[in-house]
Design a protein around this ligand. Structure first.
Ligand code: TQI
Ligand code: CA
Ligand code: ZN
Ligand code: ZN
Length: 160
């Protein structure tokens, strides 16, 4: 079953249309997988996501970071934490640049789009789910690729 963050933070009703931007230096091959993940969430919720080049004013900022990068949650090199995203309405989503990432499912790397689906769930206000198969279920392996589950969509519908 889905869960929310403490205090159930959410985007205000006036903010159903959110912009996202990639910070300078984002690896080019991440743009399509992340954009597909936003469109998958848009297709299953009331949210609309559009990409902007204006990374200063975007609602959601996506970047690759390594070790200490100034938000109080340093990355840890290969293994351990793969990525993190903050609860509404912070709008930051960071990949750990030290990991092996791939656009297509590859047994030796982490799947960019699947990680993005999970982290966007956090950006929208979902915590972890107890339902195996949910994108918010707290296990993730090398090579794994998944999509949204009914439980993830029900979670967003319950929150908004
Ligand atoms: N990053 C954690 C995550 O996205 C960061 C995190 C830990 C977190 N606890 C949190 C974020 C609570 C929001 C709320 O869950 S991770 C998993 C999972 C990670 C972990 O790189 O460790 C997945 C990334 F859920 F399997 F543990 C993706 Cl699916
Ligand atoms: Ca790591
Ligand atoms: Zn960070
Ligand atoms: Zn998570």
């Amino acid at each position: 079953h889905y869960s929310f963050f403490e205090g159930e933070p959410r985007w205000p009703a006036s903010k159903y249309s959110l912009t996202y931007a990639f910070l300078p230096g984002t690896r080019a091959d991440a743009i399509n997988p992340v954009s597909r993940a936003f469109q998958t969430w848009a297709a299953n919720t009331h949210f609309k996501f559009s990409r902007t080049e204006d990374y200063v004013n975007a609602d959601i900022k996506v970047s690759f970071e390594s070790s200490d990068h100034g938000d109080g949650f340093p990355f840890d090199g290969p293994g351990g934490t793969l990525a993190h995203a903050f609860a509404p309405t912070v709008g930051m989503f960071h990949y750990d640049a030290a990991e092996e990432w791939s656009v297509i499912a590859n047994p030796a790397a982490f799947h960019l789009e699947t990680l993005a689906l999970h982290e966007i769930g956090h950006l929208l206000g979902l915590g972890h789910s107890s339902i195996e198969g949910a994108i918010m279920y707290p296990t993730f392996s090398l090579g794994e690729s998944k999509g949204l589950h009914g439980d993830d969509i029900q979670g967003i519908k319950a929150l908004y």
